[in-house]
Design a protein around this ligand. Structure first.
Ligand SMILES: C[S@@+](CC[C@H](N)C(=O)[O-])C[C@H]1O[C@@H](n2cnc3c(N)ncnc32)[C@H](O)[C@@H]1O
Length: 321
């Protein structure tokens, strides 16, 4: 039985079928990629394992890790459409306290396959572990590569509100007229989207409203809005969006929300099941989703967690520090 689950209006498969709306492959991504026709994918968006010892991976030497992903990337380049894009989201590999920024290593691999970098997007989040022997890390990156110079980029689909929409031209023929785009500005290459650092957000400061509505059991989940921005900007309706390291399925949800065809694989059957459950909830209208562009919550200073603890104030008054 190839079909994963039946729904009246969507066609969901387990193996590549040209007319499928959603394909979820439960297994190694390299085996799935070999099923895909050349140039059949418009957007690959993914976050590969970082080789940091998460429950779904075994840490190996950095060189070995990079080689195994180079082989995956070679297959991805083959299946990418000429006007398509790859968005490769990574953080750091850390060995004995030394930091190795993975995007630096991956850049060279993508260049070897002839791709062109369009942006190195900084995904900034103001939460995470507090380091004690270096500055605390607060961003990861998304390398956005294209296969050719003729790529899809729908800027109008992802504009964000201008900071000063009332600005006007102060000289020239347009003097006195509004100078901003009425549809908003380019979102830039720094994206502040709430991170997946659920533990800090949800458990340490439960009163802060920033706790994320999309949390699942997966340890490194993409916020759906992060994928949505790439889907809207880099694909058109009915294009295929593929995440070879699907995890909790956020990429699939973002794709189907915007009428794109979605493909994903994960070697852990429990994550494929999680994705199926999230698709079902989405289609029933009860999947909680943080809306694209919703401002990140900023404390006002009046919340209990944003106030200086009374004990510290007392110690300060007594001149102890
Ligand atoms: C960093 S997580 C991706 C999380 C995902 N972005 C999300 O939104 O949940 C990497 C995922 O890749 C899966 N994985 C690792 N190696 C794989 C392989 N060779 N083939 C398929 N999936 C793999 C892991 O099980 C894990 O779920």
């Amino acid at each position: 039985m190839r079909t994963l689950f039946k729904e009246q209006t969507v066609h969901i498969e387990k193996v590549f079928t040209p007319e499928a709306d959603i394909i979820l492959y439960d297994g190694n991504c390299e085996d799935f990629i070999t099923q895909l026709p050349d140039k059949s994918i418009k957007l690959v968006i993914t976050s590969p394992p970082y080789n940091v010892g998460k429950i779904y991976e075994q840490t190996i030497a950095l060189e070995e890790y990079l080689q195994s992903l180079e082989s995956v990337i070679s297959g991805l380049v083959r299946v990418l459409a000429d006007d398509g894009s790859i968005c490769w989201q990574v953080g750091n590999y850390v060995d004995n306290g030394e930091v190795f920024p993975l995007d630096i290593y991956f850049y060279r691999i993508f260049k070897k396959f002839g791709l062109s970098l369009r942006n190195r997007i900084i995904w900034y989040f103001n939460h995470g572990l507090h380091a004690s022997k270096r500055f605390s890390g607060r961003y990861e990156t998304i390398l956005w590569f294209t296969k050719t110079d003729n790529y899809t980029f729908n800027l109008d689909a992802v504009r964000v509100p201008s900071k000063y929409p009332g600005k006007r031209h102060f000289k020239g023929p347009k003097k006195g007229l509004p100078s901003c785009n009425p549809n908003g500005k380019n979102p830039s290459d720094i994206w502040e989207i709430i991170s997946q650092d659920w533990k800090k957000l949800v458990w340490d400061i439960p009163n802060v409203k920033a706790n994320h509505p999309e949390k699942t059991a997966h340890p490194c989940q993409f916020p759906i809005e992060l994928v949505e921005r790439c889907v809207l900007a880099l694909t058109n309706e009915n294009d295929r969006v593929f995440d070879p390291f699907l995890g909790s399925g956020s990429s699939v949800i973002a794709a189907i929300m915007h009428n794109r065809k979605a493909l994903g694989c994960d070697k852990e059957p429990e994550y494929i099941k999680l994705t199926c459950d999230r698709i079902k909830s989405y289609r029933k209208g009860n999947l909680k989703i943080r809306p694209l562009g919703k401002p990140v919550y900023k404390p006002t200073g009046r919340e209990k967690v944003s106030m200086i603890p009374e004990e510290w104030l007392k110690t300060k008054k007594e001149g102890l520090f």
